[in-house]
Write a protein that binds this ligand. Sequence first.
Ligand code: GLU
Length: 432
Amino acid sequence: MLRFAPSPTGDMHIGNLRVAIFNYIVSKQRGENLIIRIEDTDKERNIQGKDKEILAILDLFGIEYSQVIYQSENFRFHSAMALQLLLELKAFNCFCSSDWLDKKREEAKESKTAYRYDDACASLPDELVIDNESPFTVRIRKPHEAIVVKDHIKGEIRFEPNDIDSFIIMRQDKTPMYNFACAVDDMLSDVSLVIRGEDHVSNTPKQILIREALGYDKKIEYAHLPIILNDDGKKMSKRDDASSVKWLLEEGFLPSAIANYLILIGDKTPKEIFTIKEALEWFSLENISKSPARFDINMLKHVNREHLKMLDAKELSRYVGFADEEIGEVAKIYLEESNTTKELKAKIASIFAKKDIPDEFKEYAQTIVKIIKDAPYFEEYEGFKNYIMNESGLKGRNLFKPLRILLTGAEHGPDIAAVYKYIKNYLGEIVK
Ligand code: GLU
């Protein structure tokens, strides 16, 4: 079983989508199921509706899953297992107040040492624990030995006992902390491989410790994906528009192209342009680079254009707001100078829009409009053009500039004869 475990606390980040895609690919390759676990235990940070938005994005990208689980539905298991650890003395109640702990943290900061909980409550006598009415958290006891994580991308990572203190697994309000809920849920779902972002590396030994304490001996495999950097070499954050999957979709990038790009960066792929389906044949976590991937919007634009080229005219037409093969053919021609469906849509819209003719050509344009309105039907641009030329007596710039603007809404653009071929049946709507 593999899992993708998004938190419903914000827009889906491209890093999360990359994690989802890799989980999907590997689950298919291994013939295992993929579950989606909505990590909704941090009530204050949850945003209503984000879970549905995430699921809709996964559908759009063709990421199939067998089940959706809400982590909060597992609270009773988290409590039962925390109780088990307490009874086995693998965990203890901690009565330290948050003010006290903050003070300790501050002191550590001032003396420039890493803060570690000092185990003040690790061996309180029973009489101080039983019937104690002060609020308490539950902490798991720190490990005695190093914990070694074998990562598919990072190799072996060793965590010394000192790297991990006796950390909190249940809050004072008896809701589980992230590491505890995550470790228990991966166990309950019989997860075999965890693929996630490298910001979670330091959580991994804690989650392993929790499962070992619970007596679970199945070894879960791990793969932590390097972060994605922006143009400035900094981690892509909310401030980078392109980090939001929603923004990329609104900008007119195709899901297939975004997926292609996210598999391509920081990877050794046998080719540049491909679909997720093709990647199933050769994708391997072992080929993912250990160093951060760099996001390059120009490369994404290139990949997007190649995916747009793969669409047939009917599909392309739908992306630009029509359901018409001929408009799709026009859009195909405009692909010469567009990278996204948003750009294409604007180009097609300007063909049908009211035309803005520069003053110097206004008079000629009016003459041409009149002629077109009464003109017979011409199969080819050549005949059409000659007819207007003869009827108007115009030639050169004075004919071609206003004519191009009347037909396409732009002064420059692709071969007009090629465009004419597909718009000739719409001249009544275009030239008004
Ligand atoms: N909920 C975590 C996140 O969105 C993922 C945790 C995990 O994959 O274990 O970053």
